[in-house]
Each structure stands twice: as C-alpha cells, then as structure tokens.
Design a protein. Structure first.
Length: 293
C-alpha cells in the first residue's frame, strides 16, 4: 500500500531538517520534544495529571480520567526514543489519548536514558515502577513504543505472573538489526536503521551480548505463559520484521497474541495524532484492546 497521504506530507516537511544522524544528543532530545508540540495535536483533558516520585526515585506522570472506576486497571507506559531521548512531555498527548480510549489510569514512566545511564538502568527503573504499580492495582498492563516497546516486553516477561497484558508498538527488540526490513526501509521512511544502531550503541555497554533477552527480547528462549499481547507494526518501518517475528514467537509458545500491521504508516506514527488520522485510529484501537483485556 502507498504511504498514508498525511504521513507522506509529514515526511516532505522532514526533508528540510538536518538528518537525525547529524544531530548531537541534546539536539536529538530537543527535536523529539519539539515534534511532540508541533505534531501531537490538542491534548485531551484528564481528571488529573500529577508528576510523582515512586519506588527507587523513579519519576512518573499519573493520568486519571473521568470514567475511571474504583479498582480499575492500570497501564504503565514506556516512551520511545531509541533509549537516548524521549521523556514524559514527548509522549504526554499519547498517554492522555490512551487514558481516554481505555477508560482507566495511565502511568507514564520516566526511566533513565543512555548514554548517561546505559543498560540495564532503564530496565531497573521499569521494574521498580511495575512493582510499585502492582501494589496500586492487581490488574496491571504494560505498553510502550519503539525503545519503550522493548522495555514493556522485558518487564512483561520478568513479571509474567503478575502482569495482565502488554501492548508493543513497533518495538525495538533486536540489537543485531539483522532482519530484512532493516534493509528495505533503512532510509527515507522516518528513523533509519542507522538511527536505531546509534540508539543500541549508546544503550548497550561495550562488549555486551546483542542477543541478551533482557535487552533484545526477540532472542528470549522462555516465552511460555506470558501476558496476552497486542503487537502493532508499521508497514514502512525498519523495525517491522522484528516486531512481527516476536509476535509469532509468543504465539507459537502458546500465548494469546493479536498483531496488526498499520498499512501506509512509518516508525513513530502514533506521536503524529495532530496531523494523521491513522495515529488517532491506532490509539483508539489500543484502548479498545485494553478494555477487552
């Protein structure tokens, strides 16, 4: 299918900007925050939005919505950004939309970023947040996009007996970058395979095992009895094949898995809800999945 017209128009705008690989770390982080303001659209209202410090000093943003009932489920959300960028503000609109679509509380987790804090710092923060959330509610789900999808998958596997479901949005889960979509969509469709390599290079310590399942969940050998999963991929995304391969591996291990490839979409498209109907549709579908679970 051709590129979604609204996403194609967005890519035309991006051609006038410096390539991501030329940006410094601070410029990379700034661009992500600016893009959220420019393309995220109107922020849906919430009953309350509160920044908090929870277990082990992890900062979170707590979103509550009017339709939330007593004892309702809780979604922990991990933002994308190749492990080196993204924060509570870059995904604020995403989390607000998910809270409204699902009808229950969303907790965005501000995990530590590389290269200042390489692996396993992000996983440690995520697990601390999960353990805190499990005290708050006995129905907890994890979700995340890109690098955040990696973290959501890792903690869902580590806490598989307690987590109810997981939503993995074009997850970044293979540090080897060896599947075909890394060649097919390596350039010109948003973040490139080289951009992903930069994230991995700064996230993993020197001489790290690129197949360690706590950093590359695609290589997990124990996938039985995982939380039910919804895996979303984008047609024009270098990470497409690894997300779909992980969905198949989870299903083959006997887990309940739903998978959807968004035709005409690129990596990062859910953050474009201000300009792309496809992004709004995806967030509504995620909310529907979470309600069903």
């Amino acid at each position: 299918m051709p590129l979604d017209p609204e996403i194609a128009a967005y890519l035309e705008i991006q051609k006038s900007l410096p390539p991501r690989e030329r940006l410094t770390l601070e410029q990379t982080r700034l661009r992500m925050r600016e893009a959220a303001r420019e393309y995220g659209g109107r922020k849906p209202e919430a009953s309350s939005v509160e920044d908090r410090i929870v277990a082990q000093g992890v900062r979170v943003r707590d979103y509550r919505v009017p339709q939330e009932a007593a004892g309702s489920p809780l979604l922990l959300y991990f933002h994308g950004g190749r492990f080196i960028s993204g924060d509570l503000d870059s995904h604020d609109t995403v989390c607000r939309r998910l809270a409204r679509a699902a009808g229950f509380r969303v907790i965005a987790v501000d995990y530590r970023l590389a290269p200042e804090h390489p692996f396993p710092a992000a996983v440690e923060d995520a697990l601390a947040a999960v353990d805190w959330a499990l005290v708050e509610s006995n129905r907890v789900a994890t979700a995340g996009d890109s690098a955040g999808g990696n973290i959501a998958a890792v903690v869902a596997a580590e806490r598989r007996r307690q987590i109810r479901s997981q939503v993995l949005i074009y997850p970044m889960i293979d540090a080897t970058r060896s599947l075909d979509s890394h060649l097919e969509f390596g350039h010109g469709w948003g973040p490139s395979s080289l951009d992903m390599k930069r994230g991995w290079d700064q996230y993993l310590p020197p001489n790290a095992n690129a197949r360690d399942p706590r950093s590359s969940p695609l290589f997990h050998t124990d996938l039985e009895k995982l939380p039910s999963a919804f895996v979303l991929t984008a047609e024009y995304d270098c990470l497409r094949d690894e997300g779909e391969a992980y969905a198949r591996k989870m299903e083959q291990a006997g887990n309940r898995v739903e998978m959807k490839r968004y035709a005409g979409a690129i990596h990062g498209f859910i953050t474009l809800s201000g300009i792309a109907a496809l992004a709004r549709q995806a967030l509504e579908e995620i909310g529907g999945y979470l309600r069903r679970q």
